[in-house]
Ligand binder design. Sequence first.
Ligand code: FMN
Length: 183
Amino acid sequence: MLGFAGSLRSGSYNKALLRAAVNLLPEDVTLEIFDIDGIPLFNQDVEANIPPKVKEFKSKIREASAILIATPEYNYSVPGVLKNAIDWASRPYGDNPFDGKPVAIISASIGMLGGARAQYHLRQMFVFLNMYPVNGPEVIVPFAQNKFDASGSLVDENTKKFLTQLLQNLVHWTGRLSGKSHR
Ligand SMILES: Cc1cc2nc3c(=O)[nH]c(=O)nc-3n(C[C@H](O)[C@H](O)[C@H](O)COP(=O)(O)O)c2cc1C
């Protein structure tokens, strides 16, 4: 599966959450992390001439069995960098690599709602992208500054438990959508 975070900063809690996910995956499942840093601002004038970084992003999405998005909440929604990356990947019209993919969302925030509102804005995008989100558990990490150690490792046991469960559910969901499992 492929994961990406809606934050560019090196000390991002959401990037740290993605790194934690790598270690909590079910056996035989791998998670590749893609850094959206370097994706230029979308301009429809140049969408036919896709920038190399976007090309790479689109092909990673296409190859992935499932998608995991870790997002901060900015002004009660998703950060512009994340929306921009998703917009680029979805273009040109008719060439949307997200089409039909299973997806899960995780979010971390220093605030008390943990990015919940951004998660619901992402879910709205999944309708037009035709993605199939896992509904639970909702991994929402409030007060993120207390959940990671100084090196960015996730140390909160409850968050680890819910994240592990979500990843298991994403793998099962992926199996169901591909017709390989009836669970
Ligand atoms: C422009 C901006 C807007 C923000 N708006 C919100 C918000 O609406 N809700 C929230 O919980 N946190 C908000 N925050 C705080 C973020 O949760 C915090 O910066 C978080 O660490 C960002 O995620 P990151 O650590 O992955 O970069 C905002 C931060 C910025 C820079």
